[in-house]
Write a protein that binds this ligand. Structure first.
Ligand SMILES: [Zn+2]
Ligand SMILES: [Zn+2]
Length: 182
């Protein structure tokens, strides 16, 4: 029986350590969950889920719109077409097709709205992507830029997602955006 004591002592130490670790993991998980979480929820349409996957992981696995035998290296920030290495124009950390590279350089761009998301809540920025698509149907170009900031307090990476339009379009688009959100 006495031989059993050291064994029990070790067992209880191990048990305590495991309990603390599990409690800590749950605490961290709970902290992250405290933000509203509807990602991967059935409320999202299949298109939105696809869109979120694309936002989170923008690697392109589709062929270039111009060269079907070349794999895409990027997507135009304005018209969303897939571009191979030869077709893609990189500037300011954004990708453009040749036409929209010119559009980008020839204008001043102004931010209409910025939405902050976290890795757990990428879906809160979806309205900006939907709005971008809707104004593009009227051939009004816009760009979505994302700036990342580390939130040390909450130990998360914040994404500040901004919709930018040409200065000449700003009043009209800002108005449309406000109407849409009322
Ligand atoms: Zn383009
Ligand atoms: Zn190409």
């Amino acid at each position: 029986m006495e031989k059993l004591y050291p064994f029990l002592l070790i067992l209880s130490v191990v048990f305590t350590a495991v309990s603390f670790t599990v409690a800590f993991i749950f605490y961290r998980k709970y902290k992250n969950l405290s933000a509203p979480k509807i990602f991967e929820d059935e409320n999202l349409s299949p298109e939105d889920r696809k869109l979120i996957r694309k936002i989170k992981d923008p690697l392109v696995n589709e062929p270039c719109h111009e060269h079907r035998d070349q794999l895409g290296q990027g997507v135009c920030a304005i018209c969303n077409i897939v571009l191979c290495e030869e077709c893609v124009k990189e500037h300011d950390g954004l990708n453009f097709c040749i036409e929209h590279f010119r559009t980008y350089l020839e204008h001043d761009w102004e931010g209409v709205e910025t939405i902050m998301t976290t890795p757990d809540t990428p879906e809160v920025a979806l309205p900006l992507y939907h709005f971008k698509n809707s104004i593009w149907q009227d051939e009004i170009p816009s760009i979505i830029r994302t700036h990342y900031r580390i939130n040390i307090e909450q130990d998360i990476i914040e994404s500040h997602v901004s919709l930018m339009v040409r200065r000449d379009d700003y009043s009209l688009i800002d108005h449309k955006w406000k109407i849409r959100n009322n």
